[in-house]
Design a protein around this ligand. Structure first.
Ligand SMILES: NC(=O)c1ccc[n+]([C@@H]2O[C@H](COP(=O)([O-])OP(=O)(O)OC[C@H]3O[C@@H](n4cnc5c(N)ncnc54)[C@H](OP(=O)(O)O)[C@@H]3O)[C@@H](O)[C@H]2O)c1
Length: 275
């Protein structure tokens, strides 16, 4: 009997990769979207994904969407609320939009964690792994120097919240996605480190389509992993495309083919050499 994964953001980048990968592994894939009848939902259904409707702003819709799943993949989008509010909020102050999007992402992630926790405690719950797509806290890692990386700190703060849910945390693992390699395309072929950075600064690029691979590594490994997802091809793309950046590559990055199970990596390495 195949197991079931419930993937948030199935119509998006990370959730879509998770859905495709687990489908290829023969799992039942339940994809969560705000609409189960949109054209993207219909396209996902045609591939064999069971698309269910739920909204991370409405926790009551999440519990049935999670019920019966062996694995839950959690992701939220910081940037849609940020860009939707930018024009108005940026007039107030340069931090207003970030603080606004931070609050929305934390609220949505709490809804997800709370719903997973409720579902886990239900009789007959099959939940084996809760995989949270997260990022390390910039404020903490920079020892208070950088206080504006709201899309990192929102996710780090929700990891702290997840760790307070003892029973759920015992079944959880964290996936820190590196910089999407296709950011380079978005940024017009340029991506560099602000000076003065060490030339050995580590820039962990990832092909976002590898998300599913990283999640399956976490599902097949003991819980409470803190994995930095990096794709070697991301490095190659970054190096061949970037025109004026000094890239350095550490030896502490986890590459898919170097792992048997999942090695544990201190997320402090994420910031190695970043000034
Ligand atoms: N870009 C990078 O380099 C990078 C690196 C690491 C981490 N990240 C993080 O990745 C996250 C974004 O993930 P992604 O790239 O997979 O995003 P994405 O492709 O934009 O997909 C976002 C998904 O969220 C769903 N969604 C939005 N609002 C929702 C709601 N209220 N309820 C339920 N679902 C909702 C959307 O689904 P529907 O429209 O179908 O509802 C959509 O499929 C961000 O938080 C970002 O900080 C980005």
């Amino acid at each position: 009997m195949p197991k079931t994964i419930a993937a948030l953001g199935v119509a998006g980048t990370q959730g879509g990769s998770v859905a495709s990968h687990f489908l290829s592994l023969g799992w039942n894939v339940r994809g969560i979207s705000r609409s189960s009848t949109s054209s993207s939902a219909e396209a996902l259904k045609a591939k064999g994904i069971d698309v269910v409707q739920a909204d991370v702003d409405d926790p009551q819709t999440l519990i049935p969407a999670f019920r019966g799943a062996h694995v839950i993949f959690a992701v939220t989008d910081f940037w849609a609320p940020y860009f939707a509010a930018f024009e108005e909020k940026s007039k107030i102050s340069d931090r207003e939009t970030g603080e606004y999007a931070y609050a929305i992402e934390v609220h949505r992630r709490k809804n997800i964690v709370d719903a997973a926790d409720v579902m886990l405690k239900e009789e007959g719950s099959k939940l084996e792994r809760f995989v949270s797509s997260t990022l390390p806290g910039f404020k903490e890692q920079s020892k208070g120097k950088h206080t504006y990386a709201y899309h990192f700190d929102s996710k780090a703060d929700i990891t702290s919240y997840l760790k307070e849910k003892n029973e759920l945390w015992e079944k959880s693992s964290l996936l820190n996605m590196g910089f999407y390699a296709d950011n380079i395309i978005w940024y017009g072929g340029f991506m560099g480190a602000a000076k003065p950075c060490e030339p050995t600064a580590v820039h962990p690029f990832v092909i976002p389509g590898d998300t599913g691979l990283f999640v399956s590594l976490l599902v097949n490994s003991p819980p409470k992993q803190d994995l930095l997802g990096v794709s070697e091809i991301g490095r190659e793309v970054a190096e061949s495309t970037a025109t004026s950046a000094e890239f350095g590559w550490g030896d502490k990055l986890i590459l898919p083919w170097q792992t048997s199970g999942v090695a544990s990596l201190s997320v402090a390495n994420y910031f190695l050499g970043i000034c």
